[in-house]
Ligand binder design. Structure first.
Ligand SMILES: *[C@@H]1O[C@H](CO)[C@@H](O)[C@H](O)[C@H]1NC(C)=O
Ligand SMILES: *[C@@H]1O[C@H](CO)[C@@H](O)[C@H](O)[C@H]1NC(C)=O
Ligand SMILES: *[C@@H]1O[C@H](CO)[C@@H](O)[C@H](O)[C@H]1NC(C)=O
Ligand SMILES: *[C@@H]1O[C@H](CO)[C@@H](O)[C@H](O)[C@H]1NC(C)=O
Ligand SMILES: *[C@@H]1O[C@H](CO)[C@@H](O)[C@H](O)[C@H]1NC(C)=O
Ligand SMILES: *[C@@H]1O[C@H](CO)[C@@H](O)[C@H](O)[C@H]1NC(C)=O
Ligand SMILES: *[C@@H]1O[C@H](CO)[C@@H](O)[C@H](O)[C@H]1NC(C)=O
Ligand SMILES: *[C@@H]1O[C@H](CO)[C@@H](O)[C@H](O)[C@H]1NC(C)=O
Length: 455
């Protein structure tokens, strides 16, 4: 195709390509910032690729090896899709001069050992997809300098060892998803796992491995389950372990915990597990009910409240007084007085498991409207002033509607159907294939919960 044949925008685009001596390889489709060479039967990289691309799609080809500085001519490259190829090794310095990469998809390939040098220099890399390879070993330094990592997918490999110690708070501050499910892990260094940053623990997927049932393992999952981590909650049935390492004696350990009755994990946890803070505003003289909702649930709970005005309150100690307590832990103050303001702390105790959890409620008793008229009047005046200011701002500020729409995907990729279809967009949607944990992790501040010694 020559420049003269196209018109308009395409004329301009192709002329730009011609002028800079760049051509779109004949098997690829090149748009403004994307080059798609997927399903083109490529056995090696096209000799010249346009330097302007941000996204390069090489998925569903026959590539088997990538040489040094394969992408050196593409300084703007951010997304590299190479799923469904035959890649079994990467040479030294493969990504040299491609340090802008943010998403690298090497899923459904034939990688066996992840060598230390593979991802060298990719310090901006946020997402690394390696699921469905033949990976048996991950060398200790492989992820070390990838300090921008947010999500790493290792599921559906044959990993027997993973260097958990190489993942630390200062080296991987943003890592919130580490998917190691459906591998061949048997014994994990549980002390290293417990030392992982809280964000990583919350996003660590370990189901469908060949874990050996023991107390150290059970204790870790028991804690994660108690904290309601999605990694555990969403895959309860897939959390299995083998008794004495025998694959025929596999149990779903989150359902059948009788094997672990002799473990000391449950007895060791004696401190409050979770503290939920909340505050309640109530008018003086009105009734208020405070629920004792903690992280514990079940029929075997007993409750105690510590109130600012009356000290400890138990259900037995509240007959006929203004404060009463229901068996389910709910505290009721029939008629609040100003002196009832303050911090109420409820402790729920699970006698069977020797666990207790607390909840704090900050109660503020307000004076009724008549008594607080002056305050109300001042507030009203403040409101009016604010309203006037807001209106002034709205009318005086010219409205400029910025063009903040995301550019639409330049081409349709959904025609490729496969179990592990590779997404060409920046943000992968929640995949329908549930085993690969493609979920946006909910980033919640880690509770100030300590690991407790297991005696
Ligand atoms: C590639 O990177 C090397 C050092 O890593 C640098 O010296 C060289 O100039 C870079 N080349 C290009 C084309 O950016
Ligand atoms: C569990 O992992 C094995 C491979 O290790 C895989 O074949 C199987 O499909 C996985 N099962 C589930 C339910 O994901
Ligand atoms: C727990 O310990 C008791 C006594 O030490 C023993 O009889 C029992 O078999 C143990 N149970 C399990 C599941 O290991
Ligand atoms: C909660 O556990 C602690 C042990 O850390 C214990 O001292 C305290 O009495 C327990 N609270 C209740 C209400 O049982
Ligand atoms: C609760 O009532 C019983 C009798 O109804 C009485 O004996 C007991 O002292 C009362 N307890 C309190 C704390 O008032
Ligand atoms: C506890 O019981 C009281 C009275 O039966 C009820 O009003 C309240 O909603 C219950 N609280 C919870 C959290 O179930
Ligand atoms: C509140 O407490 C103060 C002193 O602690 C007391 O003088 C006052 O009578 C109390 N008010 C009510 C309504 O109980
Ligand atoms: C409780 O709420 C009041 C007013 O809303 C506030 O001044 C006080 O600091 C709060 N106390 C705690 C312990 O949060």
């Amino acid at each position: 195709m020559t420049c003269g044949q196209s018109r308009g925008f395409f004329l301009l685009l192709f002329c730009l390509l011609c002028n800079s001596g760049q051509t779109c390889p004949s098997v690829c489709l090149c748009t403004s910032d994307t080059v798609s060479c997927s399903s083109s039967g490529l056995a090696k990289l096209p000799r010249s690729l346009p330097s302007f691309s941000v996204t390069l799609d090489l998925s569903h080809n026959q590539l088997s090896w990538l040489g040094p500085r394969s992408f050196k001519m593409m300084p703007r490259l951010e997304n590299l899709w190479m799923a469904h190829n035959q890649i079994n090794a990467l040479s030294y310095g493969v990504f040299q001069n491609a340090s802008g990469l943010r998403c690298l998809d090497l899923s459904s390939n034939k990688l066996q050992v992840l060598e230390q040098h593979y991802f060298q220099g990719l310090w901006r890399l946020e997402e690394l997809r390696l699921f469905n390879n033949k990976i048996m070993q991950v060398e200790a330094g492989t992820l070390t300098h990838l300090s921008s990592l947010k999500k790493v997918y290792f599921s559906f490999n044959q990993i027997t060892y993973f260097p958990f110690f190489s993942i630390q708070d200062h080296s991987h501050p943003f890592l919130a998803m580490l998917d190691l499910s459906s591998n061949r892990l048997t014994r994990l260094p549980w002390e290293d796992v417990k030392a992982l940053p809280g964000l990583v623990q919350r996003g660590l997927y370990l189901h469908n491995n060949s874990l050996i049932c023991d107390c150290a393992m059970y204790s870790v999952f028991w804690h994660w389950n108690l904290r309601g981590y999605d990694s555990v909650k969403d895959f309860v049935d897939e959390h299995t372990c083998n008794i004495h390492g025998d694959p025929r004696a596999s149990i779903k350990f989150l359902h059948h915990n009788r094997v672990f009755l002799n473990c000391t994990v449950e007895k060791a946890v004696m401190q409050p597990v979770t503290v939920l803070l909340s505050s309640v505003l109530v008018l003086r003289g009105k009734k208020v009910r405070l629920d004792c909702q903690t992280s514990l649930s079940g029929a075997d709970l007993s409750f105690t409240w510590l109130s600012p005005s009356m000290g400890f309150i138990t259900p037995a100690g509240t007959n006929g007084t203004l404060i009463s307590m229901f068996p389910n832990g709910t505290l009721e103050i029939a008629e609040t007085s100003v002196n009832d303001s303050g911090l109420y702390i409820c402790t729920a105790v699970d006698i069977k498991q020797a666990l207790n959890a607390t909840r704090e409620v900050n109660v503020t008793v307000l004076l009724p409207a008549a008594e607080s008229f002056n305050t109300g009047y001042t507030t009203l005046f403040g409101c009016i002033v604010t309203l006037v200011l807001i209106l002034t701002y709205l009318f005086l500020t010219p409205c400029r509607c910025s063009n903040c729409k995301q550019p639409a995907a330049a081409y349709n990729h959904s025609s490729l159907s496969s179990v592990f279809f590779s997404s060409t967009r920046d943000q992968p949607k929640v995949e329908t294939f549930k085993q690969v944990a493609f979920m946006e992790p909910v980033i919640i501040e880690e509770e100030a919960t300590e690991w407790l010694p297991e005696s």
